[in-house]
Ligand binder design. Structure first.
Ligand code: BG6
Length: 361
């Protein structure tokens, strides 16, 4: 039942204040400023023993893993990175006892992710799952994990599961941080930030008409560039992924700092840029990049926490804590891709050549 929405995708985007609240429910402890994640099946001593975190997943799950890796490094100060599950399993990875492996899957059935988990288990790796579908193959295979509780996701392109995965990673990062060196004050800051998310997502959803008009304005371009740095880079990657999978507009994501090492040659009025520009310590550097794009007559849509005269158009998103901002910055990009796809008359919920869950190799 699409609940009166024209597409499941829009329904699932619009549900996010509730789905994020469900991912958070019962898990934020305001007394000790910690996260309760009962399904991890690890005591504090074991939780402290990991020296690395390796995250695997496919497609949007992989991009949400990149957001998660950044959160874990920042809040828990454990080296963390994400990799596509298919690449991971085929390069005969070194599996170490002091690495915590995290597998991400909305469906819990993606074959490459499942096979990577099985390979890890065979080599004695400790694997947690961040999964939406309860009792799915990946959930059963893992040693423990975090369920998203986002409800069934029908549209092929992931939206609410992506957002809830990023929220689950914030909880995991808070948990790993608070058994290590994250201070109670910082723990409290993150707990309060997490609690603000559902209302802030509601606020972003009220901007839908503005974003729809921007999507129509930019959807005529043959391609788009998405740029961001550090926390903004996985957001840019997910924004580009959403646009290409449902609107079939070519989209490429780059770290903003890498533009000058190649893709700046592509910048012209025909290739607009979506720039993810949070108010963080990289703000000035990001604005400088916008100036460079502008000097090449590139059109710019900036998604951030303020307006800038360097950009042609700005979407101003409510500010949270810097570590949590990627969760909110992604949501306007979902609406942008959705309305671009609608404007171009695409089959939004079932894009050509794609399946919701890829259970074969
Ligand atoms: C893809 C879906 O094929 O599988 C994506 O189209 C999804 O939306 C990816 O991100 C991974 O799926 P899952 O279920 O493992 O998260």
């Amino acid at each position: 039942d699409n609940g009166g929405y024209e597409h499941y995708l829009l329904k699932e985007i619009s549900e996010q204040p509730d789905t994020v609240a469900r991912t958070l429910r019962g898990r934020v402890d305001d007394r000790f400023h910690i996260a309760h994640l009962g399904g991890l099946n690890m005591d504090a001593r074991e939780t402290r023993s990991f020296r690395r975190v390796k995250i695997i997943g496919c497609g949007s799950a992989y991009y949400s893993g990149q957001i998660g890796a950044q959160m874990i490094e920042e809040l828990a100060r454990i080296p963390a990175d994400a990799e596509p599950a298919s690449e991971f399993r085929y390069r005969s990875p070194v599996v170490e006892a002091d690495t915590l492996y995290v597998a991400i899957s909305q469906s819990g059935e993606t074959y490459d992710t499942l096979a990577a988990v099985q390979e890890l288990k065979r080599k004695g790796g400790r694997v947690l799952g961040i999964v939406n579908t309860v009792g799915s193959a990946i959930a059963r295979e893992c040693d423990g994990g975090v369920y998203l509780h986002a409800g069934p996701e029908v549209s092929v392109a992931s939206t609410k599961a992506f957002t809830s995965t990023a929220v689950a990673f914030a909880l995991l990062a808070l948990h790993l941080g608070r058994v290590r060196d994250l201070s109670p004050a910082d723990g409290r800051r993150i707990c309060e930030g997490l609690r603000r998310l559902p209302e802030q997502i509601k606020e972003i959803l009220t901007m839908e008409e503005q974003i729809r008009e921007l999507a129509i304005k930019y959807a005529d371009a043959p391609g788009m560039m998405f740029v961001g740095r550090v926390r903004g880079y996985p957001v840019a990657r997910e924004g580009a992924q959403k646009l290409k999978e449902i609107s079939y507009v070519h989209a490429e994501a780059y770290p903003a700092s890498e533009l000058k090492h190649g893709p700046l040659a592509l910048i012209s009025p025909e290739l607009p840029t979506v720039a993810i520009v949070p108010d963080d310590e990289l703000l000035d550097k990001n604005l400088t990049t916008l100036g460079e794009i502008r000097a090449r007559h590139g059109r710019i849509l900036m998604v951030g926490h303020r307006t800038s005269e360097q950009a042609d158009d700005c979407v101003v998103v409510p500010k949270n804590e810097v570590e949590l901002d990627p969760i909110l910055l992604t949501i306007p990009l979902q609406l942008f891709a959705y309305h671009a796809a609608v404007a171009l008359g695409r089959d939004v919920d079932k894009p050509r050549n794609l399946a919701k869950s890829v259970t074969v190799e």
